[in-house]
Write a protein that binds this ligand. Structure first.
Ligand code: TRP
Length: 354
């Protein structure tokens, strides 16, 4: 553990088909983080999933499917820690402490809650309202320094920083008295960006690519077969102009911007690089190139996911091993948190001494 200079944490909800937006905005970046001098933890956040009702059998399948997507995309479960949230009780435990640190006013400002709760707020679960506090607990149970997330999670990361800050000041005397120096929780750095921080619908470049879009042609699912991927790209909405040679020319052209962004993210290059090669080209030239790139990058992942999900026992063993390793870290944090807030405990937790 101590050999790493950074600790990376991120989570994905097991709430339905993963699509290109989840892959480029999250999973592909998780894979890239493994090359850094960092311990990486990647969590299937099943406790976040149940903030809206999930069919139990479907949920179990989706937890395994997200795990399979992690592995198929190149997350190495011996180097990174791959696990599901509900197997590590410290997430819920720390969330309770943070419930007592976070303020109502802070949560009232969360835009994602307002969007997800919609008009019928009175009928939203308390879990949905408290979602960002559990997310802060996910991150800070490992005292993570870096969190790769999509653009839409920015506000939740700011809340995590506010909670860490307030805990550090509210308990500063006790933190010092227990030998933790000036601050116990790090002020986590969000890692947002890259060409595909926001992947948009293939049918409407002003809307996010979403698992709940009624048109399946609006998204590329990670489980799509090669010809489906190619067909969806061929049918993607575009405008009649050729591609510009400068990024500035993509302004006001949401569909063109989105396809160029997808190309850049898949190829691991910038939008500028893409336009250097394709500036002036018609979509009849660009789309087949994008389709080829998408098929060569994504079809092998779909194949590997099918192979992995055929053996749920193996996936469950990966999650069990990851959860044990995650708990060994989180238990140390919780022991310290309990000392800092003034609880009486039995001694070092079983996990922390392992
Ligand atoms: N809220 C995140 C999302 O919907 C998922 C998530 C839960 C997460 N806990 C996290 C992401 C901790 C990063 C770190 O995408």
């Amino acid at each position: 553990m101590a050999a790493f200079t950074e600790l990376v944490f991120s989570g994905v909800q097991p709430t339905g088909n993963l699509h290109l937006g989840n892959y480029l905005g999250a999973v592909k970046r998780f894979v890239e983080m493994q090359a850094r001098d960092a311990q990486c933890l990647y969590c299937v956040v099943d406790m976040h999933a149940i903030t809206v009702w999930q069919d139990p059998e479907a949920l179990r399948g989706q937890i395994r499917e997200v795990t399979a997507a992690f592995l198929a995309s190149g997350i190495d479960p011996t180097r990174s820690i791959v696990f599901n949230q509900s197997q590590v009780p410290q997430h819920a435990e720390l969330a309770w402490v943070f419930n007592c640190v976070a303020r109502l006013g802070w949560l009232n400002r969360m835009t994602q809650f307002k969007e997800k709760a919609g008009k019928d707020r009175e009928n939203a679960s308390i879990g949905l309202y408290d979602y960002p506090v559990l997310m802060a607990a996910d991150i800070l149970a490992y005292r993570a320094t870096h969190v790769p997330v999509g653009e839409d999670q920015k506000q939740h990361l700011e809340l995590t920083r506010d909670i860490a800050q307030k805990f550090n000041t509210d308990f500063s005397g006790s933190i010092a008295a227990h030998g933790h120096g000036e601050a116990f929780f790090p002020i986590t750095e969000p890692l947002i960006g890259g060409p595909a921080a926001r992947v948009m619908s293939l049918r409407d470049g002003t809307k996010k690519m979403s698992k709940s879009d009624p048109s399946d042609n609006a998204r590329i699912n990670l489980t799509d077969e090669a010809d489906t991927i190619a067909q969806k790209i061929r049918r993607a909405k575009t405008d009649p102009e050729p591609l510009p040679s400068e990024v500035a020319g993509l302004k006001e052209r949401p569909e063109a911007d989105n396809l160029v962004g997808i190309y850049a993210a898949l190829a691991g290059i910038t939008r500028e690089d893409v336009l250097r090669d394709f500036g002036g080209a018609q979509f009849s030239t660009f789309k087949p190139a994008l389709a080829d790139l998408a098929v060569t990058s994504l079809a092998p992942i779909a194949g590997e996911m099918r192979r992995l999900t055929a053996d749920p026992g193996h996936i469950d063993a990966v999650l069990a091993d990851g959860s044990t390793r995650a708990e060994a870290i989180a238990a140390q944090t919780l022991d310290a948190v309990k000392d800092i807030v003034g609880f009486v405990r039995r001694g070092p937790s079983l996990q922390a001494v392992r």
